[in-house]
Ligand binder design. Structure first.
Ligand SMILES: Nc1ncnc2c1ncn2[C@@H]1O[C@H](COP(=O)(O)OP(=O)(O)O)[C@@H](O)[C@H]1O
Ligand SMILES: [Mg+2]
Length: 508
């Protein structure tokens, strides 16, 4: 219960020890300690439920620890409220953004100042603009928040925190709500803040982001710290995942056997064009083959036609020209695709394949195949048994069967769809951003399941924004640029630079 003397050469901005917090019978944090220095980015990682948000909320004064101590620049101080935390120079950006959409950026920031409305808005607007420039945030003080993208709103939240005088900025999973191109922009902002001497705590599930940005990393598992203030470069990805999940992870091995091109492709698209929802041409003369036992990766800048490619392959979107077949059977609608053995993980499961008032169990038969019947009703006993089998087979620890989808987070919904689709015996798997929203352990398990599908002879078409993921798994990568395939690279010739050029410029 007493602070350790901090004889480190540098006095940390924040140091905590012995933090423990219980919620009824859950010990969310158990004797947690770590420290954050000025001018460093400290990543806090761990599986869902590891206790990260609880820890951060205690530092920010939202929760009071049951026990533990906290030093801010060597002075003992445990904030009893967020206002007290702000007075200590601690600011936090929550997972769910807390801005008023109908107000401007400046008005939102005024609301956040502890002085309230008791200040001149145009003077504040100038300060907002100055701070935005100084920290490289690119925020327009006069913009209405409802006109801003999620990434821009997040930068407003960061600005709000900075303008209330934060020296320590806590970001709880900021990248999980961002589109891929916004992630890099945010990481740039975080670097900028660090260079200005701030201390940053950032929660993320992505090891790539830890590697890109963190000076040190702390891993929480089951409410306990298993790695404290480690240098990420001292650990391999597998070691970090193991620290998070508490067991060793088998290496991901993509077997690249020669495929048999004499058989009908699992997916054959010839000269396929299609329009987007907005009516402009989204695919132009795409020709693509995925053979049984082959995993073909699709790379490209977001919005280059990946969504339409997957939808057309699954018969969910009409082609305006060209033909599509799955295992030799023509595909003209979702039913023909399902009958031919195709399964699909859509780009946006929440919008595309979820009925939020239904339970996990009720989603299981909605896979495009005939719903199992018993007498005149639905064979729920059979569906229940198959669900348990799918869970055991996939190992993605899907939420309990009775939970409604409306109560689940994006990552949990993704696991329901992955479990339903990938447990089916399929000839073609179309997976759009399959690991989006998942924590590291589930990302790894999903990758294994896709490689297993490929090894048992399914063709796999996998879209990802993560080139490293594609390069570690695919037999071939096709690159999409502006609705057409700008190039194709076999595994032996994978090269980030060449792929990047094909993505951005459409030529290599
Ligand atoms: N307000 C709360 N009431 C009850 N249990 C909670 C509350 N907040 C978190 N928990 C539980 O504490 C554990 C840690 O949760 P959390 O800190 O949100 O983890 P993480 O942010 O790492 O996903 C979980 O088991 C969660 O269910
Ligand atoms: Mg959390």
């Amino acid at each position: 219960m007493t602070p350790e003397s901090t004889s480190d050469a540098v006095t940390p901005l924040l140091k905590i020890g012995g933090f423990t917090k219980r919620f009824a019978d859950v010990v969310a944090n158990d004797d947690v300690g770590f420290d954050v220095r000025a001018g460093e980015v400290h990543a806090l990682v761990g599986e869902n439920g590891a206790g990260k948000s609880t820890l951060l909320k205690m530092i920010y004064g939202v929760y009071t620890p049951d026990s533990g101590w906290m030093l801010v620049e060597d002075h003992e101080a445990t904030p009893g409220s967020p206002a007290e935390a702000r007075a200590l120079g601690i600011g936090m950006v929550f997972q769910d953004l807390r801005l008023v959409p109908a107000l401007t950026v400046t008005e939102n920031i005024a609301l956040a100042m502890d002085t309230g409305w008791n200040l001149k808005l145009d003077a504040l607007a100038t300060r907002v603009s100055d701070a935005s420039q100084r920290f490289g945030l690119g925020v327009d003080p006069a913009a209405l928040v409802r006109h801003l993208s999620i990434g821009e709103r997040q930068r407003v939240e960061i600005l709000k925190v900075l303008m209330t005088g934060a020296k320590l900025v806590i970001l709880d999973e900021p990248t999980s709500v961002l589109a891929p191109q916004e992630v890099d922009a945010l990481l740039g902002v975080v670097r900028h803040l660090r260079d200005q001497g701030l201390g940053i705590v950032i929660v993320t599930h992505k090891l790539r982001e830890v590697r890109a940005i963190a000076d040190r990393v702390t891993v929480l598992r089951g409410g306990k710290t298993v790695l404290v203030g480690a240098t990420p470069g001292d650990y391999t990805d597998d070691e970090l995942i193991e620290a998070m999940v508490g067991r060793s992870v088998p290496p991901l091995i993509a077997l690249r056997d020669a495929v048999d091109t004499a058989v009908p492709p699992a997916l054959l698209m010839e000269g396929v064009s299609a329009n987007s929802d907005r009516g402009h041409q989204a695919l132009t003369s795409v020709t693509l083959r995925v053979y049984p036992g082959e995993l073909v990766g699709v790379a490209g800048v977001a919005g280059s036609g990946q969504r339409e490619l997957c939808e057309v392959a699954m018969g969910l979107r009409d082609a305006s020209a060209g033909t599509i077949s799955v295992s030799g059977s023509p595909v003209t609608n979702p039913k023909t695709a399902a009958t031919a053995g195709a399964v699909c993980v859509p780009e946006d499961p929440v919008a595309d394949s979820v009925v939020s008032r239904l339970s996990v169990l009720e989603h299981m038969p909605l896979d495009g195949r005939p719903i199992p019947a018993s007498g005149l009703g639905v064979a729920w006993a059979l569906i229940r048994r198959r669900t348990d089998e799918a869970n055991a087979k996939l190992g993605l620890r899907m939420a309990p069967k009775h939970r409604k989808l409306s109560e689940l987070s994006g990552g949990n919904i993704q696991r329901v769809i992955l479990t339903r689709e990938l447990a089916l015996d399929s000839t073609l798997v179309v997976a759009a951003y399959p690991s989006r929203g998942l924590d590291a352990a589930n990302v790894r398990r999903t990758q294994e399941v896709l490689l297993e599908a490929r090894s048992r002879g399914a063709g796999v078409l996998m879209v990802s924004e993560d080139l490293d993921e594609l390069m570690s798994m695919a037999d071939r990568i096709v690159v999409m640029h502006d609705g057409h395939i700008s190039g194709e690279v076999p595994a032996a010739a994978f090269d980030r630079q060449r792929l990047g050029q094909l993505m951005v410029e459409g030529v290599s």
